[in-house]
Design a protein around this ligand. Structure first.
Ligand code: HEM
Length: 323
């Protein structure tokens, strides 16, 4: 096991250095001072508005982190997930349980009042994901800005976002296609240390795994019992981290070591030799997890689709492309 942790740490160090190196590339269109002149109060507006929403409903913090992941997973972080028309990404099956759209609309309205036509919905969503992480007890990071809002949003593209029943090779390849590596995959999956899932997305795993009419044998029997009682209805909710569902900690990884991952994609992180050493490393080093989470969230937020970049705009309303 010690060798595993060493391997994990080595990988961490290598990636941290690589990511830091990228921050200084000249062609990076995102910058920390993008709104310094045009909307200096942007982060304050976002922070205050978001905290107001979270006071009434703290479950919105994980929901908004997930919304950001789904946005960046299709055509880069371009707010394409927010477009609200027939056949858009948010109408996809994979987007069914996404929440938090009203929060972004409210913040966008407040930002438009102070800084009209200056701030993209994509930048707002990225900043909100950072603030939501901090509000949930996670790490802080600086958000680079300057994203454009996309004009294209197709449900069928959103169906490619992983739903919890993929094979590890599929997950690794999906992340790789976005410029994210195995380390990013393992650390960003750590977002499942908070938040919840609808039971619908794991009923097969509990009652009819791969058509066997039996549960997935890789679930701890006591945990399985608990889940089967809790998940009689697809519309019920269950916490992603059964032990400390509200704390942004490394319990998610410890759960995987005890066969208590909620989705099979969670549990696979510990049974696959490509990812297991990293799970062990994070399970025992909370500081390393939080640091690397911040680094990988910056990478996630920087995903851009350079093909659709030229058509980008600053949307006036996050639900619709400009007329
Ligand atoms: C590795 C690939 C991933 C898979 C397969 C996956 C899968 C899932 C599934 C199935 C759910 C529950 C959906 C439902 O309500 O039924 C979920 C929830 C969630 N995911 Fe992921 N996810 C992945 C990566 C990520 C990433 C990269 C993040 C953020 C950095 C993230 C953040 C979250 C959060 C915070 C929730 C809880 C949402 C809430 O409470 O409303 N996930 N994920």
């Amino acid at each position: 096991m010690e060798r595993c942790i060493c391997y994990g740490l080595m990988l961490l160090m290598m990636t941290v250095v690589a990511v830091r190196g990228n921050e200084f590339e000249y062609d990076d269109p995102l910058t920390f001072n993008h709104y310094h002149g045009s909307c200096p109060q942007l982060e304050k507006i976002i922070h205050n508005k978001l905290n107001h929403w979270l006071k009434n409903d703290s479950t919105l913090a994980p929901a908004l982190m997930r919304l950001h992941f789904h946005d960046c997973s299709v055509r880069g972080c371009d707010a394409s997930i927010l477009l609200n028309h027939k056949g858009s990404e948010r109408t996809a099956k994979a987007s069914k349980s996404l929440r938090g759209y009203a929060v972004i609309d409210d913040i966008k309205a407040a930002v438009e009042k102070e800084c009209p036509k200056k701030v993209s919905c994509a930048d707002i969503l990225t900043s909100v994901a950072r603030d939501a992480t901090v509000a949930a007890g996670g790490p802080f990071w600086m958000v680079p800005y300057g994203r454009k809002d996309g004009r294209v949003s197709l449900a069928k593209e959103a169906e490619s976002v992983p739903m919890g029943h993929e094979r590890m090779t599929d997950l690794i390849e999906f992340f790789q296609s976005k410029g994210l590596n195995v380390l990013d995959l393992v650390v960003l999956s750590g977002a499942h240390t908070i938040g919840r899932s609808t039971c619908g997305s794991l009923q097969d795993r509990l009652f009819n795994y791969k058509g066997t009419r039996k549960p997935d044998p890789s679930i701890d029997p006591k945990y399985l019992n608990f889940l089967r009682r809790k998940c009689r209805w697809a519309s019920e909710y269950v916490n992603l981290d059964a032990v400390t569902p509200k704390a942004f900690d490394v319990q998610y990884y410890k759960n995987l070591q005890k066969k208590m991952g909620l989705h099979s994609t969670d549990q696979l992180l510990y049974s696959d030799s490509r990812t297991a050493p990293l799970v062990s490393a994070f399970a025992s080093q909370a500081g390393v997890f939080k640091h690397q989470f911040a680094v990988s969230m910056v990478k996630l937020g920087n995903i851009q689709d350079y093909n659709s970049d030229e058509d980008g705009e600053i949307r006036l309303n996050c639900n619709y492309v400009n007329a």
